[in-house]
Each structure stands twice: as structure tokens, then as C-alpha cells.
Design a protein around this ligand. Structure first.
Ligand code: COA
Length: 297
């Protein structure tokens, strides 16, 4: 699908995207590149990174790939430094690396819980921590006329209520959202850095959807009234909006991009029944003598 945005809305910016080699991270990388940014991607599997970098370069996008695990502080530091060495500045950090699997809570080991916390929550903070010196206003490579940079954390909606078999990811993304708000407060005030998040719903053609809604259990979808699968494009467009000047007053927000799914509840009463009964019930209640209990109406 094409883009509704002008092709230069992030022109000249340098973006580092963790988990940028596949899924949502790769689509954000591609769309940022198509709208003028240079792209560094970080991931654990070199062959995945190499393929992603080739695909970006084939579109004429300046791109570099760096192997690294966000759970390792040395990797985070090295990749941030390499990005700066390669492109001479850093404007945008997108934390898209994540870990996930379905598991009933009683079958999840503390180490399984910790692994996802380490990737999603601690990994996000570690990347922010290492990138700070290049993102702050007046940082090396940033002209004094530029403000600070942007951090974009990919989150989820799982923890807004509660989610079956996702205790580890719910806890991890709750921590990500808290990190987004706290850094927005502190680094927005002190360094002119905007820190925002995006909470995607189920997005088609991603490793996440393949793991969380495998074909074997896809009938689950029919029981969810607002279930629609989004496209990676939907998330990338939200990211572009937040990264562009259009988002310059948005700080500390996590934008839900899920077609309304997280609001979903079963429809207990059919719409026709409500249409037929609503006014009659209203009239009955208005005409009832004061003091008559509702159960007698
Ligand atoms: N059910 C229950 N526990 C599981 C599990 C599953 N499906 N998969 C992994 N675990 C547990 C392991 O048993 C281990 O705990 P233990 O030592 O107590 O046995 C712990 O999680 C770590 O697993 P391990 O395979 O050693 O971790 P890893 O670092 O190789 O992989 C994962 C990390 C598990 C998060 C892996 O799924 C991954 O790499 N994910 C990245 C890609 C991804 O998930 N993308 C979708 C994003 S939405």
C-alpha cells in the first residue's frame, strides 16, 4: 500500500531499529527509509539482518545492520556506537525487539518469565540508556538548531485488562509503558527527547501472530467481536506520524493501533432487542409511581 505522507517527512534522520530485520520492525525500517531516513537495524541473527539490509538498499535506502542481543548491555552499547560511527548521528531509536510464546502461567518457569522481561523491558531500557548521549539536544552530530531525538517503544494492549497465557508479556509490556512515560517526563524535560509507544493489535504476516494465533487455534478469532488482523503498514504509518513533525507535541503517549480490539466484549443482547425494548422500558420507568422498586416495574 502507498503512503499518505510526503516522501521527506523524516528526511536526513538516522533511525536505529531493534528487531528491525523482520516483522513490524522491518516494515518500520522500510517506511522510515522510504520517507527519507537512514536505517540501522539490530538483531540476533546475522542472516536475517543481511537479508533486511539488502532489501532496504535495493530500495535506495542507506542501511546498515549490526548483530546484537538487547539483553546484553555490551551489545547495546556497541550497536549504538556503530550506528553513530556509520551515519554520524542518531535521531530515532525504535525498540521493536520482543520475545513471546503462549504458556499457561503454571507451566511457565521463572526463567521463562525473566527471559521475556529481559528482552522486552530491560532490553528496551538498556537501549534507551545507551542511546541517550546521542539523542539528547546538542548531542554529537546534532546541530544546535535540532532539538532532541525520539524514542519509540513497541508495546501491546495485553496488560490493559488481562490476557490468557500471556502473563510474562503482559508484565513486560506494562513495564515498557511505564518506561515510556517516565523517560518522557525526565528526558523530555531535561533533554528535549520525546518518548512514545505504539501498542499494536494482532498484525498479519508477523512472527508474533504466527506464534500467538497459530492456524491450529485460529477459530478463536470468531469469538472476538472486534477481531481484525491489522497490517504491518498500519504500525509503520503510526510510527512515521509520531516520528515526523506532525507528532512534535506528543510525548509519553502509547498509541493503540489495534482496530479497537482491546475494547472488545461479547455482545450480550442483540441490537434488535435493544431497539425494540429500550424506549418501552424507559417509558415504563418514567410512568412508574415514585417509590416502587425497580423489580416491580
Ligand atoms: N513455553 C514455556 N516456556 C518456554 C517456552 C514455551 N513455549 N519457550 C521458552 N520457554 C522458556 C524456556 O523453557 C526457558 O526457561 P527454563 O530455563 O526455565 O527452561 C526460558 O523460556 C528461556 O528459553 P530459551 O529458549 O533458552 O530462550 P532464548 O533466549 O533462546 O529465546 C524466547 C527467547 C523464548 C523469547 C524466544 O521465543 C525468542 O527468541 N523470541 C524472539 C522472537 C519472538 O518471539 N518474536 C515474536 C515477538 S511478538
Amino acid at each position: 500500500m502507498g503512503s499518505p505522507f510526503k516522501a521527506d517527512i523524516v528526511k536526513g534522520k538516522v533511525a536505529l531499529i531493534t528487531g528491525g530485520g523482520s516483522g513490524i520492525g522491518l516494515e518500520i525500517s522500510t517506511q522510515f527509509g522510504r520517507h527519507g531516513a537512514s536505517i540501522a537495524i539490530m538483531g540476533r541473527r546475522m542472516h536475517v539482518i543481511d537479508a533486511a539490509v539488502s532489501s532496504l538498499r535495493s530500495l535506495g535506502i542507506p542501511a546498515a545492520g549490526f548483530e546484537g542481543d538487547v539483553r546484553k548491555q555490551d551489545d547495546a552499547k556497541r550497536v549504538v556506537e556503530s550506528t553513530f560511527q556509520h551515519f554520524g548521528r542518531l535521531d530515532i531509536l525504535v525498540n521493536a525487539a520482543a520475545g513471546n510464546f503462549l504458556v499457561p502461567s503454571e507451566d511457565l518457569s521463572p526463567n521463562g518469565f525473566r527471559t521475556v522481561m529481559d528482552i522486552d523491558s530491560v532490553g528496551t531500557f538498556t537501549m534507551c540508556h545507551e542511546a541517550l548521549k546521542y539523542l539528547k539536544k546538542g548531542a554529537p552530530g546534532r546541530s544546535s538548531t535540532f532539538g532532541g531525538g525520539l524514542i519509540l517503544n513497541i508495546s501491546a494492549t495485553l496488560h490493559y485488562t488481562a490476557s490468557w497465557y500471556q502473563i510474562h508479556v503482559s508484565a513486560a509490556k506494562a513495564a515498557v509503558d511505564a518506561t515510556t512515560r517516565n523517560l518522557a517526563l525526565e528526558w523530555g524535560t531535561d533533554y528535549d527527547i520525546r518518548v512514545n509507544g505504539i501498542a499494536p493489535g494482532p498484525i498479519g504476516d508477523t512472527p508474533g501472530l504466527g506464534k500467538l494465533v497459530p492456524e491450529e487455534i485460529s477459530q478463536t478469532r470468531e469469538s472476538m467481536p472486534l477481531y481484525k488482523v491489522g497490517e504491518k503498514w498500519d504500525i509503520a504509518m503510526a510510527a512515521l506520524y509520531l516520528a515526523s513533525d506532525a507528532g512534535k507535541f506528543i510525548n509519553g503517549a502509547t498509541m493503540v493501533v489495534d482496530g479497537g480490539l482491546w475494547l472488545s466484549h461479547p455482545r450480550h443482547v442483540p441490537k434488535e432487542t435493544v431497539r425494540q425494548l429500550s424506549r418501552a422500558v424507559e417509558k415504563r420507568s418514567r410512568d412508574a409511581p415514585v417509590g416502587v422498586p425497580r423489580s416491580k416495574l
